[in-house]
Design a protein around this ligand. Sequence first.
Ligand code: ATP
Ligand code: PRP
Ligand code: NIO
Length: 484
Amino acid sequence: MSLSISALHTDKYQLTMMYAHYKNGTHQNRRAFDLYFRKLPFGNGYVVFAGLERVVQYLEGLRFQEEDIRFLEREMAFEPEFLDLLRSFRFTGTLHAMPEGTLAFPGEPLIRVEGNIMELQLIETALLNFVGYQSLIATKAARVRHVAGQDTLLEFGTRRAQEKDAAVWGTRAAYIGGFDATSNTYASQRFGIPSSGTHAHAWVQDFPTELEAFRAYAAAFPEATTLLVDTYDTLKSGVPHAIKVGLELKQQGNKLAGIRLDSGDLAYLSKQARIMLDEAGLTDTKITASSDLDEFTILNLKSQGAKIDAWGVGTKLITAFDQPALGAVYKMVARLEDGEWAPTIKISSNPAKITTPCRKNVYRIIDRKSGKARGDLITAVEETIDESKPLHLFDPEHPFRRKKVKHYQAMPLLQPIFQNGKRVYQLPPLSEIRKHHQQQLSLFWEEYLRILNPEVYPVSLSRQLWDTKQQLLNRIYDSIKAEE
Ligand SMILES: Nc1ncnc2c1ncn2[C@@H]1O[C@H](COP(=O)(O)OP(=O)(O)OP(=O)(O)O)[C@@H](O)[C@H]1O
Ligand SMILES: O=P(O)(O)OC[C@H]1O[C@H](OP(=O)(O)OP(=O)(O)O)[C@H](O)[C@@H]1O
Ligand SMILES: O=C(O)c1cccnc1
């Protein structure tokens, strides 16, 4: 199973900047970047961070192959010395990231990376590509999990996904966000996600009668039969035939595991099917539903009293149907000048787009009594938090909104992943990542977790960061004015 990802999986302008830095003699300059998002997707209250495993795999295997070098020579006419530099290229940076499954909020660095400007430019596109997509799907999955309660959630999206990688890594992200199983067999093999499969309408259409189709399927899988009952008429044909086969299985000492509804009024049909199954004594037979489902239809179906035990969710999950991009960004925040990190800023007419300078840490401030998060605090890396002293949190967009927090624990969210190019982080098994995600959810009051109009979770800047940002802004405005 090849895990390497092409070094050319980047935007051309990264390569042009790398070359221009080389020509300028600045390619070894040390810089720091933050990867973060500005706006929450789906109207959700948080994002579930995902994509780190892919990032690690990418950075560890990052090499320019000879064919890449020849392509760049042809395509961009890079000079031979630069091509030699690419031949020996390795990721040598230092990278911190939130563990996958962590809940994250706008403006917080999900990843902080330091290294030479050449490597930092090269990796930008791929990091945004992996983290943006996977975090989006993990977040969508968490929304579906939120409304599904304890019901089983099956990921059915591969056929509708934006090509293969999206299906495979999207499935993994959905599992992190709370799905139980996937129909994608490769994702199951590769990541150890439980697999799940019923059958399609084509199976039924391939037999002279529905009953024969059901019998043949049950004969092939006597211990795990789930029958799709809507090919012809769900209540008049599908469910009665499934019951017949279910009773035959029972006589053989097996049981009908389930039926699947894939069209029609899922609330009505599931209630009727439940009554029919129960009356036949098939009380253990589960009902799965699929058909363009998402968190809203599932919530609505549950409110109608639908008797559905398992939900198959495809298109709307794997394509992040209602918001197909997270809009994550990767911005330079500091430059190493004469051995000292100097903050740097990007100004925008839109205040929300003004970057926050400095290399940063993120802390989740947990109330010691309730065990719940009071807010997050972003600090400069050199700052320390003395938990014996009260903490002043304030809203950076509305600094008059402030609060003093006592009796708290400051939980650092960014973990070291690479130190000077060497991985120092053991990638946790997926089961641990799922558990971590559940623990993260338990830190938050329900008000922040609901899927509709959640409370805005407070994210504060430290006084030092705030002051640095204001000073930089003032300095730049003054210098522009002086030039006018
Ligand atoms: N009781 C219900 N309340 C709200 N939405 C429902 C209910 N039952 C089904 N739905 C949803 O309504 C939509 C119906 O989709 P559509 O009009 O394509 O019909 P369908 O019954 O799936 O038929 P087909 O698959 O044969 O085209 C789906 O998104 C489904 O999840
Ligand atoms: O609806 P989704 O959430 O995307 O879930 C996946 C769908 O894929 C299958 O349908 P199929 O490809 O047979 O087409 P269909 O839409 O006509 O049922 C399955 O029966 C689901 O309906
Ligand atoms: O197993 C199923 O029922 C399934 C798998 C993929 C898509 N739709 C349904």
